[in-house]
Ligand binder design. Sequence first.
Ligand code: 13P
Ligand code: SF4
Length: 353
Amino acid sequence: LLEDADCTARIVAAKEKLGDRVVILGHHYQRDEVFRHADFTGDSLKLAREAARSGAEYIVFCGVHFMAEVADILSRPEQVSILPDLAAGCSMADMADLARVEKCWQELGQVLEVETEVTPITYINSAADLKAFCGRHGGIVCTSSNAAWILEWAFTQRRKVLFFPDQHLGRNTGYRMGIPLEEMVVWRPGKPLGGLTEEQIRKARIILWEGFCSVHQMFRPEHIDRFKEKYPDARVISHPECCFEVCQKSDVIGSTEAILKTVRASEPGTRWLVGTELNMVNRLRQEMKPRGVDVHFMSPTVCMCSTMFRTDPQHLAWVLENLVEGNVVNRIQVPEEDARYAKQALDRMLALG
Ligand code: 13P
Ligand code: SF4
């Protein structure tokens, strides 16, 4: 406890010295001891926009690696993007890499005219070189809050979509837009033609990469059934990274920001079952309790994003104190060419509103 109080004081003091030279962005999954120091909090889309419009010299991103990359790509060249703990990655983002996506593109090219028939879409939870791949091939980036508009846009360009790395976001969004499950296939990297037949590829409207979020896979449809048996009037809200069956049983599906907005707008007496990361749900439960809104976590086991959790107050204090001393540590810098093409794909997304 003493150490925490000490760390908080160090962060506050360093922030004060740096003034508006630094901005701290905090994703909703950050632990409380870090989250409370953020100047702006939000989901990936909101924080990407904050990074793009920030005038600060240093953008300290309390989130995961791909978020700090996006901040670097969208900010001006003289601005510096910093990730307090370099080990804060995203296991889902790591499920797709440029070599295997290029191989997939080339194999799809044996069956289809990819450059005119397929729009590549990468979820923002992906490495910068995959965003650059999308930029080069007429594709785009999406987040969990805009995936439906982005898919709609993609189908105005070309008649098929290759969606990576999260199969669940792609499937849940496509289905809600009216695309039947039979028109979505899963590409299994490492297998010839992704384990698909030429006919399956020709028929498919969405080709989903076989990626997933290990945190959101912990939420199961039976958790919802059990809860509803006990509380038949309960409402269920889930992140679209949850599996299809969980999303089908949910009343509302939304990004972290959308989940917060929806629950905050509910009437006293409402009981919510929430399927997303534990730190955010715990904070929301505390916030809503005095307003008579009951918030429950969907899984009986502890599902935290262990990489989001890596960012602790010690790392935050350390990077800020270094900035005060004039040292930049843990800078995230995307190679220039990747940054240029990745920006094209990100700008296409941001322009869609
Ligand atoms: P949001 O865009 O909803 O914040 O989601 C990011 C994420 O990593 C969810 O697992
Ligand atoms: Fe990645 Fe899942 Fe963590 Fe989100 S919750 S950052 S998708 S591992």
